[in-house]
Ligand binder design. Sequence first.
Ligand SMILES: O=C(O)CCC(=O)C(=O)O
Ligand SMILES: [Fe+2]
Length: 374
Amino acid sequence: MQDLPRAFLMLLELPYHAVMLLSSQKNFARNPLIGSRLLNRLGLHIGRKRLAGAMTSIRRARLRKSLDDELVERFDRQGYIRINDFLCAEDFASIKKELLSNTWIFLEMRQPSTATLRINLDASLCRDRYPAIQKLLVNPALRSWLSYAAGYPGEPIIAIQVIRSGGVASGHDPQSDWHADTFHSTSKAWLFLHDVAENEGPFAYIPGSHRLTNKRLLWEKEQSLEAADNLNVYHRHGSFRASEIELEQMGYSIMETMAVAGNTLVVGDTSGFHRRTPSPGPTTRLEVYASLRRNPFFAGFFPHIMALPWVRDHWAELAFSYFQRKSVSKKGSAWVPSKPRKLNTDEVDKLMSMKGDKQGQAKAGILEYQGRVH
Ligand SMILES: O=C(O)CCC(=O)C(=O)O
Ligand SMILES: [Fe+2]
């Protein structure tokens, strides 16, 4: 009997769920249409992927105009781009100085074995106080690459991020599984503030895995039939995880591990397969992190809330208050706000002084691009 009101409620919600098919919504467990085995057998999931992919290609043709042709070609082939010595030495040093000599408020998230600390950055925080960081927030190359990789223009979120992986607690880092963030192109960028070696949890990407090949579409279709009941919560929520055997079956044989020198920028379309390389022991990564995700079907048609000037300049403050309220609510929050404090824990101090100035000397990996882009 209890099922009857629930079924009725679901019926009432169906128009909303149907409209959401044309949004960036990806949760197979929460949206009964996205998770429907029948609809996905009929091609709903791969249809959304195809349509989003086609629209991304059309928009990218316009977005590439401000970018270097050779790098764009490389991006189109690989799904990511790596730029060494991204900032000039003075700007890079100034960012690190501003970062280490001031007090910040953090949002902290703990996943088994990994802690992520974020200092969200907006103009109201940085404009008058941190000129070097502010200069990075409006860096045209960073913004153009984020837009190109996502396949749409838009205001990105930019933050300082500290990742402590391995040894925080026992368990598995969910980001260390090969995965695609969502069904459509979306971008993330990392400007590493110190060298990251092969055994220090570097970012890794499977070149070409952002493209929709037949084998990939077949795998996507198979996943979409079962995803709503998958045991992995991230997979269930639309960020598909792939095993190494599955990756091989999809025809992927190469992975690029981004062991990098400090001051390297990596920008990727994270609908391609990527992961944080599992750390054999405790490691810390300190980076500027940026992300841009929009509705892949209507990006550019309707203004996003982040395009409102006041919101754009205060989003970090708004996010902090939101998580502050949420963390004391009954439900709690994955992101927990901290009191103001300095970043220079022993660990970070060591990172910055011992490794941060070895610019241009990646410990491993291929140096792909030596030019400086401002
Ligand atoms: O931190 C990393 O190297 C990758 C994390 C990741 O998968 C993500 O942010 O989407
Ligand atoms: Fe990811």
